[in-house]
Structures are given as structure tokens and as C-alpha cells.
Write a protein that binds this ligand. Structure first.
Ligand SMILES: [Zn+2]
Length: 430
């Protein structure tokens, strides 16, 4: 038996509305121009403007340092007395240079207040949310964003970075937890693949590139969408990478595909705009990364930019469909038929509807198997290409249940309820 479990399509589908609601939307309040209006400029306004320029200059220096590979320049604005922070920043710098960003810049979003940060760094503390915009060549099709929070302090008239983690608890999921924010990395590349492992974990990095290349071939063969993108896979000795939280899971997953955003949730819209997805592997499962696991995850990556509004039974069912087609190609139809019958006999009777988005990743029921069966059934009824068209339509426009029902009914003749009833009567052709 091959058990494929995955932490799902990040918070693109199930959590992101909640996340967006929980996070304050950036308020666009530009600092008052000192020479604007009729009243004379106040000292405070001038000081705020000067601080803004100083911080902008530091942020520009950081991105330039990465682009030209100058560590001294990168460390120039880090608190000289904070040995620990300087050491972490050295690791970060080395990681950023090794990944080889085609574009990287940092921009101030809004100021945040945190009493603990002021207590730690003093009354001049300026805590600001920072948007890091970047593009990894051959991975990100568009520039994407990730959040950071920097604490600046003024020492003798000069602004320096005193901390980079004071705001972490108030940022969105995965912020300051990107692969390059953790330990020292090693980068492995293949055509359409970038694999990040811990420094020295070379054999694993190479092996994952090989498995991912096989998996890319399977996704191209078994999922009709013409997708020519690349995958980034992080397989690090860390339970918390991006929005993956493997240690907190009730049902342990082997890997997850979490969204990248060309516009973060809460910036231009509540949901944000998904640009793609990166794969993160559970550290406990790192030795078992194979093309079967990766073809499931890469199916998520290959559909991530469609919008993410498809129901989870379709997202996970499609990913399972692709990886089981790969198994079928290797070991013949016997194993697949056996597994299909087990889902019909054991999993189907424990449910009374298609698996819902709510609780999908928390249940002990084999919702993956049932979702896979539903996709197999739809493919047998209407064909693979129409199922792929259905997927795209739902991913783009399935924003609520009535939209989902309308799209499903129009394209398949089923509602979720009648699809479930048909599934209960399904006798797969043998
Ligand atoms: Zn999945």
C-alpha cells in the first residue's frame, strides 16, 4: 500500500480567508511631507521623514549587497554589539547569494508598535513591517512577496537594525520562516527543479533532484494542463518551514505545497494573488521522498496559479490521480484496482457526503482515497480533459458553494450530492 498524505495546498484553499481576516490590512498613510500645507513643519514630522529616508537607504543597501555579493555591505547596518544577530545575518546572506535571486528588494510597509520591543531596544525603537519582493530565476514566474519585521534603533544619530524577529508573531503564516531564514543551505539544481537541503546533505539533494525530474515527467503525462513551470523543494531538518508546521499536525503529512504570492493576503485583496507554490518535505519523511510523493505535490504546484478556489476533494483527488497513474505505469493495474476496491469497501461507508474542505486535513477517515475515487469516477464518466477543464474553472471561480455547484453541474451534470450518490453505486470497470 502506498499512503500519500500531504498537508495540502497551503492556506491557499482552506485557511486563507481566516488568515486575511486575522491580519490588519496595510494602511496607506504616507508620512507628512515637511513642506506641505500651511503650518510650519514640525520637528516630529521632519524626524519621521528623516527616519524613513535612513531606513529606506538601509533596505536598499541590503538588496544591493545581495546582488553584488558583498557581505560587509550586508552587515554594515546590523547592530555591531549583537553577535548572535550578526552571525544569523551572515548565514542569511550566504543563503541569499547561493540561491541567486534574479530580483530582490525590501520595502517598508507600515509601522507597528510592540511594547516588548521598546523595552528591549529603547525609546528610539522603530518596528516596521517589511515586504521582501524577490524572484528566483527559473522558479518564480513573477516577482513574489514575503513578509519580515525589522526593529531599527537610533544610536548616536545613526539608524541600525537591532532585531529581525520582534514582529514574527504578528506576521502571516510562514513569514520569516522561508528556507533561507533557517540554517545554512545547500542548493541543488536540475532542469525545472531547485532543491534546498541543509549544508552537507549533498547526496539527499542530488537524489531529490532525480526523483523530482521523474515526477515532473509523470505530471506532464497524466495531467493535461500544459504547465511548463519549475518546482522548488525544501527538505530541511526543520519542522517549521514557510507555512508548513509538521510538529503541530494531528495527522502527520509527508510533505506540503504552500503558496507563493504575487500579492500577499491583506494587501490588495483579502485572499491575495497566488503566483505558485513551493514544496516542503516533513523532516521525518526526508528519507522516503520519491517520485510518487513528489508527483502528488507537483500536481498541486502545477495548478497553484489557477486561483486555489477548487474544493479540496478535487485538489487532493487530482494529485492522487496523477501519482496513482504513475504507480500503475510501473506496477500494472493490479495494485491500483486492489486499492480502489479497498476505498470502496472500507472508506466510502464511513462517510455520508463528499469530503468537505472543513476538517479535511484533520480527519482519520481516508478522505484522500475517497477524493481519488471521485476523480477516477469523473474521468471514467466525462474524460480526463473535461475533468481538467472543470478543475481550472473551479480553481478560478469556485469562490463559494453556489458557484461551485453551478460549475460542477454545468460541466459534469452532477451536483456534489448527486456525485456522491453515483459514487456509492460505482463499480469500476475491471
Ligand atoms: Zn496534497
Amino acid at each position: 500500500m502506498v499512503a500519500l498524505v500531504c498537508g495540502g495546498v497551503g492556506y491557499a484553499v482552506h485557511d486563507r480567508e481566516q488568515d486575511a481576516r486575522a491580519r490588519p490590512v496595510a494602511t496607506a498613510t504616507p508620512p507628512k511631507h515637511p513642506n506641505q500645507g500651511t503650518s510650519p513643519p514640525t520637528k516630529t514630522a521632519a524626524a519621521i521623514a528623516a527616519r524613513r529616508v535612513a531606513v529606506d537607504t538601509i533596505l536598499l543597501r541590503r538588496s544591493r549587497a545581495v546582488r553584488i555579493g558583498n557581505e560587509r555591505l550586508f552587515l554594515q547596518d546590523i547592530d555591531p554589539a549583537n553577535t548572535k544577530l550578526r552571525q544569523q545575518q551572515k548565514v542569511l546572506f550566504a543563503n541569499l547569494v547561493e540561491i541567486g535571486f534574479g530580483q530582490i528588494d525590501y520595502n517598508q510597509a507600515e509601522e507597528r508598535f510592540d511594547a516588548a520591543a521598546v523595552r528591549a531596544h529603547g525609546s528610539t525603537t522603530y518596528l516596521v513591517r517589511v515586504l521582501m519582493r524577490y524572484q528566483i530565476p527559473n522558479v518564480d514566474v513573477l516577482p513574489v512577496y514575503t513578509e519580515l519585521g525589522y526593529s531599527f534603533v537610533n544610536r548616536g544619530g545613526r539608524w541600525i537594525i537591532a532585531a529581525d524577529n520582534d514582529l514574527d508573531k504578528d506576521l502571516g503564516p510562514g513569514a520569516h520562516q522561508e528556507p533561507w531564514d533557517l540554517g545554512r543551505l545547500e542548493v541543488h539544481r536540475g532542469p525545472r527543479v531547485m532543491v534546498l537541503v541543509d549544508k552537507g546533505d549533498t547526496a539527499r539533494g542530488r537524489a531529490i533532484v532525480t526523483e523530482a525530474s521523474e515526477a515532473l515527467t509523470e505530471v506532464a503525462a497524466y495531467w493535461p494542463r500544459k504547465w511548463r513551470g519549475s518546482v522548488l523543494i525544501a527538505a530541511l531538518d526543520d519542522n517549521d518551514v514557510r507555512d508548513a508546521r509538521f510538529a503541530d499536525e494531528d495527522i502527520e503529512s509527508a510533505a506540503s505545497a504552500g503558496s507563493t504570492f504575487s500579492s500577499l493576503p491583506g494587501e490588495d485583496s483579502a485572499d491575495g494573488t497566488v503566483a505558485g507554490a513551493y514544496i516542503v518535505v516533513n523532516p521525518k519523511e526526508r528519507d522516503r521522498v520519491d517520485e510518487i510523493l513528489l508527483s502528488h505535490e507537483i500536481t498541486h504546484v502545477a495548478t497553484a496559479d489557477l486561483g486555489g478556489y477548487e474544493p479540496l476533494w478535487l485538489a487532493e483527488g487530482a494529485a492522487e490521480y496523477v501519482s496513482w497513474r504513475g504507480i500503475e505505469a510501473i506496477s500494472g493495474p493490479g495494485e491500483v484496482s486492489k486499492w480502489e476496491q479497498e476505498v470502496i469497501d472500507d472508506a466510502l461507508p464511513t462517510l455520508n457526503a463528499l469530503p468537505t474542505d472543513a476538517g479535511f486535513y484533520q480527519t482519520n477517515t481516508d478522505v484522500y482515497g475517497v477524493s481519488w475515487l471521485a476523480v477516477r469516477f469523473l474521468v471514467s464518466r466525462i474524460g480526463l480533459q473535461p475533468v481538467e477543464d472543470l478543475y481550472e474553472d473551479l480553481a478560478r471561480s469556485g469562490t463559494d458553494q453556489s458557484a461551485r455547484d453551478r460549475i460542477l453541474l454545468t460541466r459534469t451534470g452532477f451536483t456534489e450530492a448527486s456525485l456522491w450518490l453515483a459514487l456509492k453505486d460505482y463499480h469500476p470497470p475491471r
